[in-house]
Write a protein that binds this ligand. Structure first.
Ligand code: C6P
Length: 423
């Protein structure tokens, strides 16, 4: 076993006791769950919050005045402040609950974009974006006759800031950038991006799907205008996302979806809207999911996001070092762990990432293989797909060792040419 220069800070054994799913065997081996960038596992506190809600408080919110309805409404609304605090925002009024980060970005592309983007205007993205931060802007550009431009990536896997400066111009209205890449791990310098965008009067949306779970955050320091993230990547349930907007911005925007709860008055020929943020939460939301997301936010707050970050940096550094022992393996993305999160993508000479993933699954190791919804980035890397291990608070160095041993087995199997008899 390799020694890391810095030991992980968190008491992983203690944390793992909170995650029932992690104690199971997969394919006859202890589960090693390293697909956290896709979705994280849920602690008992979150699962209990879901069950408790349905057992004690289930009612529709903002409608009834009976006891359960008031209780459910209070529990749901209390999470807005927790979500705001998680990203360093001052005002829970600027927090909108959506279904996921994807819907948060679509909300902005529709509700802000339709009113503020015109023919010939420009939207600047980067080549390391997830499809969630590409397609909504392409759809907007098609509706409006606008142009989507892309900033490139350096050979080392960083955002090419010169190329960003070139892409941003007088017609730029929106710069929408991923905070932490789900493939390369790269953490982008958002405040610097914002300075470039704001200098031409453009707004900045940050796709925080891979940063909100892993980094201490302060949207004021980032100086962004919108910040989008998902509950399920940070210990919470699926079906809950968050959009934060700079103070006052939501008031200037029309609704995204129409229906119950987002109105003030409905007349035969027109309607008026509820105040923000409810103007953007049409219909019955994922009440149980939002309340359980509150338990996830409490869990992360109790650990402390600085310790979450330090733990992941230690595991990532350890993994990047240990993976060098696998013959023919090359890493994608920044090598300096200070510039990256815990998503580690790699290639192994002569073995397709899908085969890598299948073989390590036989050892109980869950990693992801594919284009990771980042096809533009795959083209930059000149690969059809990558293998990706991604870490979270319950992962240990011993689990990295299991991954490395499983990968060595995969290489051996393929070098013998008997892949079908693997494991
Ligand atoms: N990436 C991955 O395995 P949703 O699906 O809306 O919760 O998250 C979308 C999304 C947006 N931006 C980034 C940077 C992301 O990584 C993701 C989700 C998963 O990498 C599923 S493709």
């Amino acid at each position: 076993m390799k020694m890391s220069t810095r030991m992980a800070l968190l008491d992983v054994e203690r944390i793992r006791e909170d995650f029932p799913i992690l104690s199971q065997q997969v394919n006859g081996r202890p589960l090693v769950y390293l697909d956290n960038a896709a979705t994280t596992q849920k602690p008992r506190q979150v699962i209990d919050a879901l069950v408790r809600y349905y057992e004690t408080s289930n009612a529709n919110i903002h409608r009834g005045i009976h006891t359960l309805a008031v209780r459910a409404t209070e529990q749901y609304e209390a999470v807005r402040g927790k979500a705001a605090r998680h990203i360093g925002a001052n005002n829970e009024r600027d927090i909108v609950f959506t279904r996921n980060a994807t819907e948060s970005i679509n909300l902005v592309a529709r509700a802000w974009g339709d009113a503020n983007i015109g023919e010939g205007d420009e939207i600047v993205l980067t080549l390391m974006e997830h499809h969630s931060n590409i397609v909504p802007w392409q759809l907007l550009a098609r509706r409006k006759g606008a142009v989507v431009r892309y900033a490139g990536i350096t050979p080392g896997g960083y955002l090419d800031m010169d190329s960003l400066r070139e892409a941003v111009g007088p017609r730029t209205k929106m710069v929408s950038v991923v905070h932490a890449s789900n493939v390369l791990g790269t953490i982008n310098p958002i405040a610097e991006v914002a300075e470039i965008a704001h200098a031409v009067g453009a707004l900045v949306l940050v796709d925080g799907a891979q940063s909100a779970p892993h980094l201490p955050l302060d949207v004021t320091e980032l100086d962004c205008d919108f910040f989008a993230f998902s509950s399920h990547k940070m210990l919470g349930p699926t079906g809950v996302g968050v959009l934060w907007a700079r103070e006052g911005l939501l008031d200037t925007m029309d609704p995204f979806l129409g229906g119950g709860e987002m109105i003030s008055l409905v007349r035969p020929d027109h309607s008026t809207w509820a105040d923000v943020p409810h103007k953007f939460e049409a219909g019955t939301p994922n009440i149980a999911g939002v309340i359980a997301f509150g338990a996830a936010l409490d869990y992360l707050r109790d650990i402390g996001m600085s310790d979450v970050r330090a733990h992941e940096a230690a595991i990532t550094a350890y993994a990047m070092d240990a993976l060098k022992d696998v013959p023919g393996l090359s890493l994608h993305g920044p090598t300096d762990v200070r510039d990256r999160g815990g998503a580690v993508s790699f290639a192994i000479d002569g073995i397709h990432p899908h085969d890598v993933s299948t073989i390590v699954d036989g050892y109980g190791v869950a990693i992801r293989a594919g284009h990771h919804c980042a096809q533009l980035l795959m083209r930059c890397l000149n690969v059809p797909a990558t293998s990706r291990a991604s870490f979270y608070i319950y992962n240990s160095q011993a689990e990295v060792d299991v991954l490395v041993e499983a990968l060595k087995q995969a290489v051996e199997v393929f070098s013998r040419g008997d892949a079908r008899t693997a494991v």
